[in-house]
Design a protein around this ligand. Structure first.
Ligand code: NAD
Length: 399
């Protein structure tokens, strides 16, 4: 081997899995590996809805990156990436410039508001621990204020979008909000939790009976759904929606946008042909025209050969992409041919709080407690895969 400089940007599921696998595959003599990440910790992006509802504290869903990184093999630099110069093989960060022979771009996702008027200013998003905590604090502040104000808007929560994030978030809210009511002496029956969804149907990837189960679960606990109702603006009073071509104001003081994500905006600044922060990758996960640059996780559009559409961005695929990238890097160092990625879709579970859920796992439909158990297993397995058994024991959800 010729000792190459490998640079991995981002320590989310994709980037950290790449590092975890690379340090198993390569010895210190093989390569000089550097990981750059904005924070000193990795966060479980799939747990953010729990932080945002207050069912967990944000610290529970994070762990220090140095718990995973083998300092003998990998240099971890906490810094923010500010520019990628692909032709000069150089990356600028808040901690200086880094050169590379092989680059892995795994910079993750951001909120996407599709340019909807007022959304960025007036709604909270659930995209990182900070924004999730802000969403939670907003709700707590408004509920605490209700005693003084008696304003129904203070105990009204609006959730924009009934995708996975929206539904899982609502599942947490119906657990945490009753507790919040108890704390402040508020009658939960007076609380409004409304979810607004543009499409006529929610969670189209699930069979109808499972979707009905989830909707009933949430409606039984007081959630109101408005489907077929696009949100067209946000303001200080809540959302503006369109019903029968007419605009309507829906009022709430706690407003959370869960209706869109995109890859890092650094992607558009650094590469060509990027759509919503995602770049199409070749089957071996390198980008077109650059044999030394891999893009993985939420910044990559990985095509599903059967549907000719990109796979949805999930933690599950991000980790598989990371593992595959590490293997391909090893092959490239040996001068061997790279392997195409193939996704092993193990299914999905949509949680409904800590005790319920729906899912399609290994081709089987599950719901209720079984789904909640599967979700805990999936959440813990992610930590195990990246950080090993001890980390899974301390941070996982099995005990
Ligand atoms: P999403 O894009 O999947 O869902 C957004 C929802 O918002 C959609 O139902 C869409 O119709 C709706 N919407 C969009 N614009 C709207 C508007 N103007 N007004 C009203 N509704 C609007 O986003 P997500 O749920 O954050 O998921 C992002 C990705 O993460 C997806 O690939 C998803 O599969 C994945 N994810 C998976 C899980 C899981 O496996 N349990 C959990 C969370 C997220």
């Amino acid at each position: 081997f010729e000792r190459k400089k490998i640079l991995v940007l981002g320590a989310g599921y994709a980037g950290l899995q790449t590092i975890s696998k690379l340090q198993k595959l390569l010895s210190h003599q093989d390569a000089d590996i550097t990981l750059i990440n904005k924070n000193e910790y990795h966060y479980e992006a799939t747990w953010l809805h729990e932080t945002a509802a207050g069912t967990i504290d944000w610290e529970e869903g994070v762990y220090p990156i140095n718990k995973v990184v083998d300092a003998q093999k990998v240099a971890f630099v906490p810094a923010e990436v500010t520019a990628i110069h692909k032709d000069e093989q150089r990356v600028e960060t808040t901690q200086g410039t880094f050169e590379y022979d092989i680059l892995v771009v795994a910079l993750g996702f951001e909120s996407e508001t599709f340019g909807i008027d007022g959304m960025e200013e007036h709604a909270h998003s659930i995209v990182n621990p900070q924004t999730s905590l802000e969403a939670r604090e907003e709700i707590e502040r408004n509920f605490a204020n209700y005693k003084k104000s008696n304003d129904p808007k203070d105990i009204s929560i609006l959730v924009g979008g009934a995708g996975f994030t929206g539904i899982e978030y609502l599942g947490e809210l119906v657990e945490s909000v009753p507790e919040l009511c108890e704390k402040h002496g508020i009658d939960y029956n007076k609380v409004n939790i409304t979810c607004v969804e543009a499409a006529p149907k929610m969670l189209p990837m699930f069979p109808e009976n499972l979707v009905d189960y989830a909707v009933k679960y949430l409606e039984d606990r007081g959630v109101k759904f408005m489907v077929d109702t696009p949100i067209v603006a946000a303001n200080e009073d809540g959302f503006v929606v369109e019903v029968d071509d007419e605009k309507q104001q829906i009022e709430a003081n706690s407003v959370i946008w869960t209706a869109g994500v995109r890859g890092s905006s650094l992607m558009e600044e650094s590469f060509d042909d990027v759509k919503r922060g995602r770049i199409i990758v070749r089957p071996d996960l390198r980008i077109e025209g650059y044999d030394n640059i891999y893009a993985i996780g939420d910044v990559a559009a990985v095509m599903n050969g059967e549907t000719e559409r990109p796979w949805p961005t999930t933690a599950q695929i991000a980790m598989q992409l990371g593992e595959h990238t590490a293997k391909n890097i090893e092959l490239s160092l040996k001068g061997e041919k790279l392997e195409p990625f193939s996704y092993d879709d193990k299914g999905t579970v949509c949680s409904l709080g800590s005790k319920d859920g729906i899912g399609l796992v290994m081709g089987r439909e599950i719901k209720g407690k079984k789904a909640a158990f599967m979700k805990r297993l999936i959440d813990s397995r992610a930590i195990f895969k990246i950080g090993g058994p001890l980390l899974a024991y301390s941070k996982g959800k099995l005990f």
